[in-house]
Write a protein of this length. Sequence first.
Length: 95
Amino acid sequence: MNDVNFDVEVSLIAALMEGDPVAFDLAAEHVTPVDFQNTRCGTLFEVMGALNDAGRKVDRLHVTEVLKKIGKLDEIGGPDWIGQLGQPATFPTIN
């Protein structure tokens, strides 16, 4: 997978974690979990879809809870990785 695809996938997941069910429904019309080249993003999208279908809020807290319950939290990078989704990248300062 190239960096551009990874960035796009992570950006989509981060945007959908804001909890807007309409946005998730629109995305789900065009994307499925198997469409993601990054398996972590595919797993997150699958969990987000299950939450959305159950009428639960899709956000970092609920996604983390489900991943922990099904034993996949560590597999996708843990709560820290989920917390970093959508955060601006930090680059070292060059003097």
